[in-house]
Unconditional design. Structure first.
Length: 271
């Protein structure tokens, strides 16, 4: 496209940021990162059901407002192996529990263990959804560029970026695995029972593929002088201001206060 002489051209998107977005999507990447960390800390740090249930409601409401609620499922599928192990270990091997549900040979599942497993499951799901929300409402490149522009080291920036980058990659990989399994005769549609039976063949390849991607990305970065000294020049800029500074500061202080109250036993609305 030929430029008109004398006309003022708008800078490209990668330089002026994403100023057109509004609401949660319009926040700076580092602000959304602070929100995700606060949600995860409250979900894991507050005793009882209060923390995980409150954060689940917050993430669900934010995801609905941002229009990404339906895209949480592929990322949640990756947590299935961990959730299954949490339920089995806590339900059958919870130390000191005597309220047996039913005798299954040498195993004694208990109600206390099942309750602990349910709480741990809610915490893991809340954490997974907070990370998914962060990844689905912005690009990983924007987040890494914003963090690097603020002086964060490239190694820590890469760790954070690799964690968030799993979300869109899992979405694409889940679609590919689903199509491949359908081509092999797996029924992933129809009744709820058939859908649940089709989750296990999808979860395994999804987790293994995520681990393989991290290894390949690490090797690629090393081949491109990732550990070379010196600070890179970052071209991207993002909308920020006093309001977002206040949000980040308020969330940081508020999260610390909530955690202290929970540790001291002054915050536990639901046992």
């Amino acid at each position: 496209m030929t430029a008109v002489p004398g006309a003022t051209q708008a800078p490209p998107d990668f330089i002026r940021g994403r100023a057109a977005d509004r609401g949660y999507r319009g926040l700076a990447p580092v602000t959304k990162l602070v929100i995700a960390f606060a949600e995860a800390l409250v979900a894991f740090g507050v005793r009882g059901w209060t923390g995980p249930l409150a954060m689940l409601l917050v993430v669900l409401a934010t995801g609905f407002a941002a229009g990404v609620l339906r895209r949480f499922l592929p990322f949640l599928l990756a947590t299935i192996p961990l959730l299954v192990s949490i339920v089995l270990v806590n339900t059958f091997l919870y130390p000191g529990a005597t309220d047996t549900i039913v005798l299954i040979g040498p195993f004694h599942p208990t109600w206390t263990g099942l309750a602990a497993a349910s709480q741990a499951t809610a915490r893991v799901v809340a954490f997974a959804m907070s990370v998914a929300l962060l990844g689905l409402t912005g690009t990983t490149d924007d987040l890494m560029a914003d963090l690097e522009q603020r002086g964060l080291g490239r190694r820590l920036t890469f760790v954070i970026g690799a964690t968030v980058r799993m979300v869109p990659r899992m979405l694409a990989r889940a679609a590919e695995i689903t199509e491949a399994q359908r081509a092999r005769g797996l029924d992933t549609e129809g009744s709820l029972r058939r859908r649940i039976q089709g989750l296990i063949p999808l979860a395994g390849p999804l987790v293994i593929g995520a681990l393989t991607d991290v290894e390949e990305q690490t090797m690629a970065l090393e081949a491109r002088a990732f550990t070379a000294p010196g600070r890179r020049t970052v071209l991207r800029t993002y909308p920020d201001g006093r309001v977002q500074w206040a949000v980040r500061g308020g969330l940081t202080i508020g999260t610390l206060i909530v955690l202290v109250l929970s540790v001291t036993g002054r915050l536990a609305f639901l046992p």
